[in-house]
Write a protein that binds this ligand. Structure first.
Ligand SMILES: [Zn+2]
Length: 269
């Protein structure tokens, strides 16, 4: 019973994070503030009130329209909030959170896990919607992974040297990218991708990392086949040139983490 209530709370928390990710996806590329600035309707710029900001319920009660200008709100935002709620619940289940055994470490791990998930969701969202791999979010992610490495070190985790290697590679890549940026005035996409992969390796370990790479390659393969069929069938040239590899890495990593945790925590015990 208590566990069900906990899962419901986690689901609702997830939907709130979902609506935050949508907001961050639109504001970060525009360099707008994601914490203080009031939410507003993108169509009429009207400030949104408390009742407009409940995830899922606001959408249902307002009939999928803005209360002020009646502009339709895309159903995908609504579906995305449900999806993040489900992902949060699956994550909690896969980690086998024990409500009777909560201490400082589990709370810290939960906090880190939410941060880690949020960074993946926001990077995926921005690349999917705006075709940009946000460097600031990637930098922030790297800082969070350093925090995690330091924490692991203080806890005496055995494979901390593995982490130090990731860290050194990460810093080197940032330096190389910085040089590239100075020369070309843009970041190197492939270096950024490797940094992103290292980020997932730090949080989910080498095995989940390898699974992430495999799922990424398979799903990009499928996407390309679908695009090829679509292109063949339509005479209009599609504009899908950008590979959006970061999006696939983020999604694959979330899937791989949940599956591997489920196997580890349920099958091997
Ligand atoms: Zn409006």
């Amino acid at each position: 019973m208590l566990e069900t209530i906990l899962l419901i709370i986690i689901f609702i928390t997830g939907t709130y994070f979902g609506s935050f990710y949508t907001l961050a996806t639109y504001r970060i590329p525009k360099h707008e503030n994601i914490t203080y600035k009031h939410s507003y309707c993108p169509s009429c710029n009207h400030k949104l009130g408390l009742f407009d900001l409940f995830p899922i319920f606001s959408y249902i009660f307002l009939g999928g329209k803005c209360r002020y200008c009646k502009q339709k709100i895309g159903i995908r935002y609504f579906l995305f909030e449900i999806l993040t709620g489900i992902v949060f619940v699956l994550f909690a289940i896969s980690l086998r959170i024990d409500i009777y055994n909560i201490n400082v470490h589990t709370i810290f791990y939960f906090f880190i896990a939410v941060l880690y998930l949020s960074i993946l969701f926001i990077i995926a969202g921005i690349e999917k919607e705006q075709n940009i791999l946000p460097h600031s979010v990637l930098m922030f992610g790297s800082l969070v992974s350093i925090l995690y490495i330091v924490y692991s070190y203080t806890q005496g985790v055995a494979n901390v040297y593995e982490y130090v290697i990731y860290l050194i590679i990460m810093i080197l890549l940032f330096l190389i990218d910085f040089k590239f940026f100075k020369k070309n005035l843009k970041h190197n996409y492939y270096i950024q991708l490797i940094i992103l992969l290292l980020y997932t390796f730090v949080f989910t370990g080498i095995y989940v990392g390898i699974c992430t790479v495999i799922i990424t390659i398979i799903s990009i393969g499928f996407r390309n086949i679908l695009l090829y069929i679509k292109k063949k069938n339509s005479k209009v040239k599609s504009k899908h040139n950008k590979s959006q590899i970061a999006f696939f890495i983020c999604v694959s990593n979330i899937v791989a983490t949940i599956i591997c945790n489920l196997m580890l925590n349920y099958m091997c015990k």
